[in-house]
Design a protein around this ligand. Structure first.
Ligand code: 2NL
Length: 346
């Protein structure tokens, strides 16, 4: 091996390597070329093995050529590598781009149960008249659920409520929220304006309009000089706020043991407007609640002197109010929690 030949080999290696670097289609190919040419067992190392056979004075010259060759190849690698890495990054960014204009996946939101929604609407309206919402226990004692409401044991009035008893003597599931009102009278001083929503229980043969549990909202007002006129004006305003200010209302005589006098309160039929249709049994009216002046005996049980205080009370079935609002025909639907039903109230 002599100097000229070795120099030519190095220059051929340089030209080959630079040419293949420039032609490399991707970074992976480039890395393979780098290993093949400049690696520890690469072609440059192989050529330089020939240095040992040269005369000592020629060796530095070959060293200078080898450095130039290595530098030229490294520069070509860096140059091509920069270009390839740039376009590969660009291609990847384009391929993985997020399209910010794509519509999002909708999140299904929950809704209030139609009974809860109806209770809240009723409470909002009476809240504007100064009524404060209270709650009472669902397991009551016989005294508060019946006797204090002027319904004595073994009295025929008891037959109005088919009661579910618990297996503790003297206790039952409340048949109305009225016992909660007794508790309000016993703990608050007049003027009292109380609203009492809650679940109630009855021993019923189940059908589209009877369930063993249902919701009731009761109202109670007690003050000095409270009259039937106050009751009539309040309920008329309630019906107008709930069903529309053009709606006509009427009061009819009714009976409850705990009020005297007692009334039924009707609003003109929401379906036919009063001309008569199947929804109102051709009467033109729909009964939405019962009410009356609190019986003096009940005021006394509440710890209030009936000579000084008078009061009125009213009660409504929430499922019935919700049925009228949403044209639902069967109150059992409110308890089944079938999402196909509940999803319609959004
Ligand atoms: C109805 C009728 C009514 C009452 C509830 C009441 C409560 C007390 C004293 C007097 Cl503490 N009365 N509540 C009065 C009249 C009617 O409810 O049909 N509810 C579904």
């Amino acid at each position: 091996m002599e100097l000229g030949e070795l120099t030519r080999d190095l220059e051929t290696l340089r030209d080959d390597a630079v040419a293949s670097v420039r032609a490399a289609p991707d970074v992976a190919t480039l890395e393979a070329i780098e290993l093949d040419v400049l690696g520890r067992k690469g072609r440059l190392t192989l050529v330089l093995r020939g240095i040992g056979a040269l005369p000592a004075e020629d060796r530095p010259k070959v060293g200078a050529v080898a450095n130039e060759v290595r530098g030229a190849i490294a520069a070509a690698l860096a140059d091509r590598g920069g270009a390839l890495r740039g376009s590969e990054l660009e291609a990847r960014l384009a391929a993985e781009a997020v399209d910010v204009t794509t519509p999002g996946r909708p999140i299904r939101r929950g809704t209030l149960h139609p009974i809860v929604e109806t209770v809240r609407e009723i409470a909002d309206i009476f809240g504007q008249f100064g009524f404060v919402t209270y709650e009472g226990p669902e397991v009551e004692d016989d005294l508060t659920n019946f006797q204090m409401l002027n319904i004595p044991p073994d009295h025929p009035a008891r037959d109005l409520w088919d009661t579910l008893y618990v297996d503790v003597e003297g206790y039952l599931l409340r048949t109305h929220t009225s016992p909660g009102q007794i508790r309000v009278m016993q703990t608050e001083r007049p003027p009292i304006r109380a609203l009492l929503p809650g679940r109630c229980y009855r021993y019923e043969a189940i059908d589209a309009s009877h369930a063993s549990e249902f919701f009731q909202v009761e109202g109670l007002m007690v003050d000095e000089g409270t009259t039937m006129g106050d009751l009539k004006g309040l309920l008329d305003q309630f019906a107008k706020a709930m069903y529309g200010h053009d709606k006509r209302t009427r009061f009819r005589p009714g009976y409850y043991p705990f009020t005297e006098p007692s009334v039924a309160f009707d609003v003109e039929c929401l379906v036919c407007g009063g001309s008569g249709c199947p929804a109102c049994s051709k009467s033109g009216w729909m009964t939405i609640l019962g009410a009356g002046m609190v019986h003096p005996v009940v005021l006394q049980y509440g710890g209030l002197d009936p000579e000084r205080y008078q009061g009125f009370a009213f009660g409504m079935g929430v499922e019935r109010i919700a049925n009228l609002r949403h044209s639902v025909g069967d109150l059992r639907l409110y308890m089944e929690n079938d999402l196909r039903f509940l999803g319609q109230f959004r």
